[in-house]
Design a protein around this ligand. Structure first.
Ligand code: ADP
Length: 556
């Protein structure tokens, strides 16, 4: 029997229309250095309509791609809403990738028009001669004549436009198309390409809609919230926050280019932020800043952290010193991105050991995310909290393949095919699942340290070392060892020079780990290298080790 229910398409324009009317008074705040400028959701809806008209005027039709090269600000959020709602596809370029990767992504996606922040216009002008599919550039904010001339110079550029001038005078309503198929692409993001070229993921209207609803309800985001979105809009679909804002009626606080701890703390206290989202390194820096210079962050109730494993010491410090809950989440660009959130079962006593075990996990799978663990021999592992396997996932906001444009080599098509088994995405993450669906990751498959036939989790070691009071950051990689095959090398950053010695840290670890897991190789460094999105970059550490650039001490 068929249901009697209606089947309207789940579209981004629907979320936008809802947010900008039902929650018309909520706002997007954008930090300008010392304070925030802001516009209401009502104005956001009007500007989205104006942007859509302007883009039509520049020739954007059908599912053509509109790129952004921007920080997190109101104009970027408007593009996030307007471009998909008009039926086109938004491609937020990762401004931190290496130039050849940016050129690859923009060209592979066939970007036609780009919106660029004025503060990024100069470096972007250097790339533009290579971005031959782009015909028009819209600049957000004033630029000097020299930069304008550089942007206008390539032969393939028809025009360089000012964002505000282009929108001014355009109608403030738009006939948002309703005949878009909910499975059509709304937007795309590329992975950061740790191996080979970055890979494109094309999200659909439906996947974004369902993902935003699931994350909003799991996190309990509501109309009173002001969400500081530090995760870049170009990274992993901005974790869905621009859409969550619309459906929850929660205000957005956008840091623009001010990503250091001091301005972030100022945003929290001045704009009265209630919720934040970012990678562990961002919150780690903020924590250290707050220790040194107290700022009123009492409005903040929750920080969501993901992208890499959140050190338990970080979570405890925020909760115990500042009353802020850190919610650990796991996901991937390929998963829109959220797959799990670590919210302990309500019956677990807050502050108990069990509670912290739940909080440190990567989280409980969200409804809709199906998972299985595949052991080394390909057999499925039980969800018993002990058996380890590679995690495979499937679900309505998980990609079924990568975007291809017809020009791929056979080798890259093969590489893409190998990422999927029978409709399941192979995450490359290794871990366990408990009977109640809590995921604990022990490593990325390629980061696991194989020592004498046993696996050592680099993440566990890092978390333990970072719990030492004198340690600010630590990253552990496997290095070749004649006896054991591979052994851990711990690179650590002390909070202050001379705060402790490597021997002291090692002694401190001794009763917390099985003896065979205790690293004997250590390097003290100034900073752990980070990827384009602020994760610890083990690739760089491995290279430095291979090039003999790390001063390694051997102890024990
Ligand atoms: P990239 O692959 O370019 O780093 P993503 O942000 O999509 O871009 O990375 C997804 C990967 O990040 C996951 O497969 C996982 O290895 C890691 N990751 C994300 N969240 C967590 C987490 N909470 N704990 C541990 N690893 C995480």
């Amino acid at each position: 029997m068929k249901s009697t229910m209606q089947t309207p398409s789940l579209l981004i324009s629907q979320m936008m229309r809802y947010g900008t009317t039902v929650h018309a008074n909520q706002r997007i705040y954008t930090w300008t250095g010392t304070e925030a400028r802001s516009i209401s959701f009502k104005e956001v809806g009007e500007k989205a309509a104006q942007l859509a008209h302007a883009l039509r005027g520049l020739g954007i039709e059908g599912d053509q791609r509109v790129a952004t090269f921007m920080w997190n600000n109101a104009e970027h959020a408007i593009a996030y809403l307007a471009v998909p709602s008009m039926g086109a596809v938004l491609h937020a370029l990762n401004i931190r990738l290496f130039p050849p990767q940016i050129i690859y992504c923009a060209t592979h996606a066939n970007n036609q028009v780009v919106i660029v922040d004025n503060s990024l216009a100069k470096p972007f002008a250097g790339l533009l001669p290579h971005l031959t599919t782009i015909h028009d550039v819209i600049v957000n904010g004033p630029i000097d004549e020299e930069t304008r001339a550089a942007l206008a110079a390539p032969a393939h550029i028809r025009g360089v436009h000012d964002f505000e001038e282009l929108l001014a005078g355009q109608p403030t309503t738009f006939d948002w198309p309703e005949d878009i198929d909910e499975d059509d692409a709304s937007s795309m993001c590329y992975t950061s390409g740790t191996t080979g070229h970055p890979k494109g993921v094309a999200y659909s209207h439906r996947s974004n809609y369902l993902h935003a609803t699931a994350v909003q309800s799991a996190l309990g985001i509501h109309q009173g919230d002001r969400m500081l979105v530090v995760v870049p809009l170009f990274h992993a679909n901005a974790w869905g926050f621009p859409y969550i804002a619309m459906i929850a009626g929660a205000s957005l606080v956008m840091p623009d280019r001010f990503l250091q701890a001091e301005p972030l703390a100022a945003m929290i206290s001045q704009v009265k932020v209630t919720v934040g989202a970012g990678v562990p390194t961002i919150w780690n820096d903020l924590l250290h800043h707050l220790e040194g210079s107290p700022v009123d962050v009492s409005t903040c109730r929750m920080l969501m952290v993901g992208g890499s494993a959140a050190p338990p010491a970080l979570m405890r410090a925020f909760q115990e010193h500042h009353g802020i809950e850190i919610v650990h989440g796991w996901g991937m660009t390929e998963m829109s991105p959220v797959g799990s959130l670590a919210i302990p079962p309500t019956e677990v006593e807050v502050g108990s050991d069990e509670y912290w075990r739940y909080r440190a996990a990567q989280g409980r799978l969200l409804t809709g995310v199906e998972a299985r663990l595949v052991g080394p021999d390909g057999e499925l592992q039980p969800w018993d909290g002990a058996a380890v396997g590679e995690l495979e996932v499937r679900g309505p906001w998980i990609t079924g393949t990568y975007y291809t444009n017809g020009a791929e080599s056979e080798a890259s098509l093969r590489e893409i095919a190998e990422k999927f088994t029978d409709g399941w995405l192979r995450t490359g993450d290794v871990g366990t699942l408990t009977p109640d669906g809590f995921l604990v990751l022990t490593d990325r498959a390629k980061d696991v340290i194989k020592s004498g036939g046993e696996w050592i989790s680099s993440v566990d070691l890092e978390n333990l070392i970072m719990a030492h009071p004198a340690v600010r950051e630590a990253s552990v990689i496997g290095v070749p060892d004649t006896k054991w095959g591979e052994r851990p090398l711990a690179s650590i950053v002390f909070k202050e020079e001379g705060a402790a010695t490597v021997e002291q840290v090692r002694d401190w670890l001794a009763d917390k780990l099985p003896r065979w897991q205790l690293p004997e190789r250590w390097a003290v460094i100034d900073e752990v290298p980070k990827t384009s999105v602020g994760k610890f970059d083990k690739k760089v550490l491995r290279q430095r080790f291979a090039d003999g650039e790390l001063e390694v001490e051997t102890i024990g």
